[in-house]
Design a protein around this ligand. Structure first.
Ligand SMILES: Nc1nc2c(c(=O)[nH]1)N[C@H]1C(S)=C(S)[C@@H](COP(=O)(O)O)O[C@H]1N2
Ligand SMILES: [Mo]
Length: 347
């Protein structure tokens, strides 16, 4: 069961406090435009590019290529936006715009190999078949399609074009009949209702790369530049207890959560029950698996009645960790500072 954050189009959040298995029971939904009506029989994925005629792949063509199945944790770059102060515009996600699913499809690299990649190509622009008018953060010039580009290197590395999710045909909300899955990247890269892959030389500074789903970077000695969001940053979340839960003094509870990172693996999770004064290591429930979160737990016996602030902090194999405060250069995205979970302990 999902929590409705917005309707028309549907934007639905997983109740993160119900975290159970490694695979999310109900995966969040994030869509900018209405679900486009698509007929699988006439559906074609087009590959277009410089100096060549377009190549079209039917779903049968794609199914004839080797199938790959893998688990991937996907986090919306705006997950946790409700924790920003002052309030940022955009969908007010709590902790549930993140989830893990098992995806089946073909490697984008295999499709590109069939289609051929001209030598000058550096980017693959993934274009969705959904479209609409954007008003926020900036007015778009009429209706535009949802599109995101990938460096050719990433496109040829491990990007999946999925037609199945958790062993069942992809649902319309999750991008049927075909969507991209980009392991390690924030969800915005995983273009749903994928209709076209456009190969080009040089970057694609489209709406969802610059105006939206981008952050500021400050090059030495120069004014700030806009950089498209890409890899997920190391992050952990507490699932249980849920914010504002009441616990009993002297009664042990299992603190449970999940941690993930875009590159390498999560190596350690620490938990604080005193608002960051002291930290203790949590235990992992899952072995490391590239691109997949690790659930963790820690037993805690509240020592005295009162108000407590729980925090968790993950580290990854690249030596990165979570900051205590949100980085303003990330705007309303990459909300990955240690998020407070206030709880009350009664006598
Ligand atoms: N075509 C299209 N693809 C899209 C989007 C969209 O609005 N249109 N939203 C993106 C964003 S921001 C996220 S977080 C993921 C969410 O995928 P899900 O709805 O399957 O969870 O899809 C991405 N792919
Ligand atoms: Mo997203």
């Amino acid at each position: 069961m999902l929590i409705t954050r917005q309707t028309d189009p549907d934007n639905l959040e997983t109740p993160f406090d119900r975290l159970g298995g490694l695979i999310s029971e109900a995966h969040y939904v994030r869509s900018h435009f209405p679900v486009p009506p698509l007929d699988p029989a006439s559906f074609r994925l087009e590959v277009t590019g410089p100096g060549r005629s377009p190549r079209a792949f039917s779903l049968d063509d794609l199914r004839r290529l080797p199938a790959h199945t893998r688990r991937v944790t996907m986090e919306c770059a705006g997950n946790g936006r409700v924790y920003l102060s002052p309030r940022a515009s955009g969908v007010q996600w709590e902790l549930g715009a993140v989830g893990t699913a098992q995806w089946t499809g073909v490697l984008l690299s295999a499709v590109l190999q069939e289609a051929g990649v001209p030598e000058e190509v550096t980017e693959a622009v993934l274009v969705g078949l959904d479209r609409g008018q954007m008003h926020d953060p900036v007015q778009s010039p009429g209706p535009i399609a949802y599109a995101r580009s990938l460096p050719l290197e990433k496109a040829q590395e491990d990007v999946l074009l999925a037609y199945e999710m958790n062993g069942a045909p992809l649902s319309p909300a999750h991008g049927a009949p075909l969507r991209a899955i980009v392991p390690g990247w924030y969800g915005m890269a995983a273009v749903k209702w994928l209709g076209r892959v456009h190969l080009q030389a040089g970057p694609y500074p489209g709406y969802f790369q610059t105006v939206d789903y981008a952050r500021w970077e400050e090059p030495a000695g120069l004014p700030a530049v806009r950089v498209p969001l890409a890899e997920m940053q190391v992050k952990s979340q507490i699932a249980r207890p849920a914010p504002h839960e009441t616990l009993s003094c002297g009664q042990a509870v299992q603190l449970l959560g999940a941690a993930w990172t875009g590159q390498g693996e999560v190596t350690r999770v620490e938990v604080s029950t005193d608002g960051g004064g002291s930290w203790a290591d949590a235990d992992f429930l899952d072995p490391p698996e590239a691109g997949v979160w690790r659930r963790w737990q820690m037993s805690w016996t509240p020592p005295a009645p009162g108000a407590y602030t729980l925090l968790s902090r993950a580290y990854d194999s690249a030596g990165r960790s979570q900051p205590r405060e949100h980085d303003p250069l990330k705007g309303s995205y990459e909300i990955r500072h240690t998020l407070p979970v206030p709880v009350t302990v009664r006598p």
